[in-house]
Design a protein around this ligand. Structure first.
Ligand code: ARG
Length: 424
């Protein structure tokens, strides 16, 4: 192991993003030895479940941290990170609801706050050099507190699992080094991400043991019907009972999870340029996203809805790419915010066999006009206007086609000679 000589003289205190796992437990003592600095461990609860925070706090101290800060950030995460993602219908590559990508800027914010409180000049995290999370942490920290520097022992000093176990055993650290999951897992209230192990062969199907937020969609069971109420794009009620954002996610994690909703198997484009395979489960997120999109389809005007699609994609890419605290993201947030003005109402969904399907919607702000839409007697849509509309709508295309026919450059004709089917 090489030594981080560049930081040795500077660092008096280091704030470490602490998970309670092997790598970050070992990092405490190692950082202290290598830099001569005191290490303050910071563990943030974003609804990942597992060990309670007090156990994690004690372990950090047992591993040599001078202080261990634990933060219950579950409501903050739900309201300030998951909610904007919901209102933006955020899905990276149209599929991944940004589970880990949403938690990193929040953790970065808490690391920066701890660095300020404890007068630390260095922040440390346990990410590798191949993933997105290093980018999200470091870009987040750099935008919030540019004066802080970063040490990432696993990445910068080539830590391996073997080295970490050896170190932990040699120092007799209070951590169970035999507890080895075959996967790398990151989870929070918005969902769960699982990678590595046999999943690295992208032909291998995920086995049931990979999942923990969801039951198998194939298990026979009665379906579940849920009604979700929204105000301005914010979920405020489930089956008529008021909920906070956190409660909404938790309740729908349980109910969607029981129906096998929200399993995803994705090969995604990482920011560092590689494709990687990740298995996700995000039952609550997927139910909420489905309901929210459904209510938008009823309450958002056509052009706004079409334009928002592009904004949603860009928003998701920015957040995936670690640019939560960036000017464009901020401006897109303002757009999304105004787009939600009328997204108020209720959506009924059936949760069953791995799917959340909307079966009803109602809203005081609905743009659906029964009298315009009905094919029954007495509709208010004046069909005689359609004839002229169609004529003028198609006029530019018609004029262009006339030119192409005259010059014998009709694309369809060339297509037919090249064996493609002639368009109608
Ligand atoms: N691929 C996801 C992302 O970049 C999740 C990253 C963490 N995944 C994990 N299994 N540790 O957002």
């Amino acid at each position: 192991m090489t030594e981080p000589t560049t930081t040795r003289s500077r660092a008096d205190r280091i704030v470490l993003a602490y998970s309670g796992g092997l790598d970050t437990s070992v990092a405490i003592g190692w950082l202290a030895e290598q830099t001569g600095a005191d290490v303050v461990a910071v563990a943030v609860d974003v609804g990942q479940g597992g060990e309670d925070l007090e156990t994690i706090r004690k372990r950090a101290l047992g591993c040599g941290a001078v202080e261990a800060v634990v933060v219950d950030a579950r409501d903050e995460f739900a309201e300030e990170f998951c909610l904007p993602a919901l209102r933006a219908n955020a899905m990276y590559m149209g599929r991944y609801p940004l589970v880990s990508a949403l938690s990193r800027p929040l953790i970065a914010r808490h690391l920066v706050a701890a660095a300020r409180d404890h007068a630390a000049s260095v922040v440390s995290h346990g990410c590798t050099g191949k993933g997105n999370d290093q980018v999200r942490f470091e870009v987040g920290i750099a935008t919030l507190a540019p004066h802080l520097s970063v040490i990432a022992p696993v990445r910068d000093y080539a830590w391996t699992r073997e080295k970490a176990i050896e170190y932990a055993q040699r120092r007799d650290l209070p951590i169970d080094v035999t507890k080895k999951s075959p996967y790398s897992i990151d989870q929070n209230v918005w969902g769960r991400a699982v990678e590595t192990g046999f999943l690295e062969d992208i032909w291998n199907g995920p086995v049931e043991a990979v999942y923990s937020y969801t039951d198998s969609p194939a298990t026979p069971r009665a379906s579940d019907e849920v009604v979700i109420s929204f105000e301005h794009g914010v979920p405020v009620g489930i089956d008529g009972r008021a909920v906070t954002m956190l409660q909404a996610i938790e309740q729908l994690n349980a109910r969607g999870g029981a129906q096998g909703v929200g399993r995803l198997d994705v090969v995604e484009d990482r920011l560092v340029g590689i494709k990687s395979r990740e298995v996700y489960e995000a039952p609550g997120a997927l139910v909420l996203l489905e309901a929210h999109r459904e209510l938008e389809s009823v309450t958002v005007e056509r052009d706004l809805a079409r334009f928002k699609k592009g904004v949603e994609q860009r928003w998701s890419e920015l957040v995936y790419d670690g640019l939560w605290f960036s000017p464009l993201k901020r401006s897109l947030d303002a757009f999304v915010d105004t787009s939600q003005q009328h997204v108020t109402g209720e959506v009924r969904l059936t949760l069953h066999a791995g799917k959340a399907v909307a079966t009803g919607r109602r809203s005081q702000a609905s743009l659906y006009d029964f009298n315009l839409a009905t094919y029954d007697e007495g509709d208010t849509f004046d069909q005689s206007l359609a004839k002229g509309f169609v004529e003028l709508w198609g006029l530019p295309a018609k004029i262009a086609a006339r030119r192409d026919h005259a010059a014998d450059t009709v694309p369809e004709r060339r297509d037919s000679s090249s064996g493609l089917t002639r368009g109608r």
